[in-house]
Design a protein around this ligand. Structure first.
Ligand SMILES: *[C@@H]1O[C@H](CO)[C@@H](O)[C@H](O)[C@H]1NC(C)=O
Ligand SMILES: *[C@@H]1O[C@H](CO)[C@@H](O)[C@H](O)[C@H]1NC(C)=O
Length: 749
């Protein structure tokens, strides 16, 4: 049984599919880390994949479709913003391209992309071996179809993504099949297992989203994710960018997002990927590819190019999708309805002298003030936590941050509104009216967000649209009940039912946000206090979720008990956190939460301008990827303490370190522990061949580098070379950088 035929759910782990997929995954990861350039990557994995592909080819030879395999070893270079001005140069990286097409040939191709290389310290099961395993099976099913395909598919197994995005560049700029590719699907990972989510689609080309919507068996997608990802707050990039920017091809970017704590660590092993999630990914990709390969749009995608789509799934069951133009109309209509509703209230006979308007403005001010005070309060708490060295206490026990920051935020909100209720509206207040007033304020504020996002052309405006449309409709339907009996039990229950759909969807989005951002805070560098970020997220969540429940504070008889409860929870957690009860990291095998430290054994030689050796030393260059620095390491390894903290040597290139991480602005603290010289002494040979002045005033340098792979005990070492040319004086630095995009290259082999 193969994934293509799995319309009926099979018992997990018992069918041919999962076993085959799992077997592929285990074979690929069994060789260990596969950094580009290593024999594990270039020989063992390449051979394994070729073997499997040959097998598939033989299996389907009698069918109506043909399979052609091409191993490409491209050499090239490019520069993208993400590299921070570096030019990435690659030399004979590996691409295995498999072309599946009807025997009569195909003019238009779909591209499916995965990468089989991994970072040097990880078996890379989810990033990205599992996608290659899935692609093998999808290839197998499609190749075996008894009907001819309409268009062709290129399955690209690429062997150089991590270092950075090189093989895909080699394919799309140099491979003869690339010109026929009309669209692509990219399979990636930012986490380990779980559901795979549509990260981004486009640019434009709504038909791609439609294909996903129609075909995917277990859809999981929201245009919010796409707009967040494309805004650049997530410090990461995928082959998607290469295909889009160098190939001008639209596509779909899919990625696993759960458990990002293990992404790029040694814990990214095949046994952590549940059969469920492979199965789901396989089902989806096969269905979507099949749909696209049979589709009309692929042949003439330029016809269908324009426009964006609003899309989101409801609990993973259905995907709602409509063109952005329709979305704009719906959004403005919803906003109009809100204004009509409010206008009607203003023109009510009881509204003498614009009393209602005044009250509404005043209540809006109270709500906004309560937001600001709440945010400020929680931020102060987060700062106290950071300053007392208890940062990231929630990294291992996530619930603690909800209890601490969540209770602080909710408590402050309730307190402020209770004060407003008692002090301003007084005992004589007509609570029903005030309650209703605050409902209107929430409506107004969400409506403001709706109009703002829509006016800025953001498809994410559908979220405030839901948050306006559903409460408003519910309110209007329940108006009679409310008038007759006030906030009765029946009213409250029905009201909450009416809010259920947008709230559940909204909470689902929030869950994804926390799922993605919490692990990222473990690698967001030493400069941004993660508690401030997380506390802000928790507070915003509280503010958003509380909006349509605020008016219950005014309807309630008393909030004393609520406040006492929240205060107690907060105090208890504050004390526990400050006492250091929660340690951020764990090696618990069932759910490890490793701390990320970058440790590089280096030997540095500094030369003067005349080539003379000025100084030379060796050491362990240590960086923390998170805010806690060496704080938790020093007690265990006393040598790594703050006496070996070093600061940037401004007069030296890269502050005197061998190179900069691409995230240099985030990882600023350096520790340098003296160590014996790197062995063997010189695994590279470097020689300047010539240096000549060009007639346009630049210098052309030709040089040769030889890399020697060698073995140390049982470990084979594959040096990565970073060559950087520096301007001779600070004055020429400006011009130099300009030139660096032209004749000069920072070369990374
Ligand atoms: C493909 O077809 C061959 C021969 O018809 C069959 O033996 C094999 O099991 C099929 N594989 C799949 C994946 O359907
Ligand atoms: C701090 O580190 C230095 C260098 O590694 C070491 O000599 C020193 O003893 C350490 N200090 C403590 C208090 O352990």
């Amino acid at each position: 049984v193969y994934i293509g035929y799995l319309n009926v759910k099979l018992p997990h782990g018992h069918c041919g599919v999962s076993n085959d997929l799992q077997k592929h995954l285990e074979r690929i990861t069994s060789v260990g880390p596969r950094p580009t350039g290593s024999p594990e990557n270039e020989v063992l994995t390449v051979n394994f994949l070729l073997e499997q592909i040959e097998h598939i080819k033989a299996d389907s030879a009698s069918g109506p479709n043909s399979v052609t395999v091409d191993v490409q070893r491209p050499t090239g270079s490019f520069s993208i913003d993400f590299l921070g001005g570096f030019t990435s140069y690659y030399d004979r990286v590996s691409n295995i391209a498999v072309r599946l097409e009807p025997k009569a040939g195909a003019q238009h191709l779909m591209l499916a992309n995965c990468h089989f290389d991994s970072v040097a310290n990880s078996p890379g099961a989810s990033d990205d071996a599992v996608s290659c395993a899935v692609m093998l099976e999808v290839l197998h099913s499609l190749a075996n179809l008894s009907t001819p395909l309409r268009h062709g598919v290129v399955f690209l197994f690429n062997g150089a993504e991590e270092n950075v995005l090189q093989a895909s560049h080699g394919f799309i700029t140099q491979h003869p099949w690339a010109k026929q590719v009309r669209a692509f699907i990219n399979l990636e990972a930012a986490g380990v297992g779980g559901k795979e989510v549509v990260f981004q689609t486009g640019p434009e080309n709504p038909w791609l989203v439609q294909a996903y919507v129609h075909a995917a068996k277990h859809p999981f997608a929201s245009v919010v994710g796409q707009e967040v990802f494309q805004s650049g707050v997530i410090p990461s990039d995928t082959d998607f960018r290469i295909y889009r920017d160098f190939g001008n091809i639209p596509g779909i970017d899919l990625a696993f997002i759960e458990n990002g704590f293990l992404y790029h660590t040694k814990y990214d092993t095949s046994d952590r990927i549940l059969t469920d999630s492979i199965q789901r990914a396989g089902d989806n990709i096969l269905a979507v590819l099949k749909h696209l390969v049979m589709s009309e749009e692929l042949a003439d995608s330029s016809e269908y190019r324009h426009g964006n789509m609003v899309f989101f799934d409801l609990l993973g069951m259905v995907v709602v999708a409509y063109p952005a133009r329709v979305g704009t109309i719906i959004n403005y209509m919803t906003a109009m309805a809100t204004f009509l509703y409010l206008f009607k209230k203003c023109s009510h006979p009881s509204n003498v002298g614009g009393r209602y308007m005044k009250e509404l403005a005043y209540a809006t001010a109270v709500v906004i003030l309560s937001w600001l005070v709440t945010l400020l309060t929680v931020l102060i708490i987060a700062l106290v936590v950071s300053l007392t060295g208890r940062s990231m206490f929630w990294y291992n026990d996530f619930y603690t941050c909800i209890f601490m920051y969540g209770s602080a935020a909710t408590g402050t909100m309730v307190l402020i509104h209770t004060l407003a209720k008692n002090l301003y509206y007084g005992v004589s207040c007509v609570c029903l009216c005030v309650g209703e007033l605050y409902f209107d304020v929430s409506l107004l504020l969400w409506c403001g967000a709706l109009v703002y996002l829509t006016a800025n052309g953001l498809c994410s405006a559908y979220v405030p649209m839901l948050m306006v449309a559903f409460p408003l409709t519910t309110k209007l339907l329940l108006a009679r009940e409310f008038k007759l009996r006030g906030a009765s039990i029946k009213y409250s229950v029905l009201y909450q039912l009416g809010l259920a759909l947008p709230y559940v969807h909204f909470m689902f989005l929030i869950w994804v946000v926390f799922e993605i951002f919490t692990p990222i805070l473990g690698r967001s560098g030493t400069e941004i206090p993660p508690d401030v970020v997380l506390a802000t997220l928790v507070t915003l969540t509280t503010l958003f979720l509380s909006s349509f429940f605020l008016h219950f504070i005014y309807l309630a008889r008393s909030t004393k008990w609520l406040l006492a409860g929240l205060g107690t929870v907060f105090t208890v957690f504050l004390v526990l956190v400050l006492c250091g009860m929660f340690f951020p990291y764990t090696a618990d095998p069932s759910g490890p939460r490793p701390k990320r430290v970058f440790l590089q054994h280096t030997t540095r030689t500094f030369h003067g301008l005349d080539g003379q050796v000025k100084s030379r030393d060796s050491g362990l260059w240590i960086n923390s990827f998170d805010y806690t620095g060496m704080q938790h390491i020093t007690p265990i390894i006393p040598e790594i303490n703050d006496t070996i903290r070093t600061s940037c040597q401004e007069d030296r290139p890269f502050c005197g370190y061998p190179w900069f991480l691409p995230v240099k602005f985030l990882v600023k603290k350096n520790w340098y522990l003296p160590a014996p010289e790197v062995f063997p002494k010189s695994p590279i040979e470097f020689q300047v061949l010539s240096k000549e002045q060009t007639k346009w005033g630049t210098v052309k340098i030709t040089f040769e580098v030889k890399v020697i792979n060698y073995t140390l005990g049982s470990v084979s070492i594959h040096p990565v070379i970073l060559l950087t040319l520096f301007p001779e004086t600070k004055e020429t630095a400006q011009g130099f950088h300009h030139e660096a995009n032209g004749d000069f290259k920072t070369v990374r082999v």
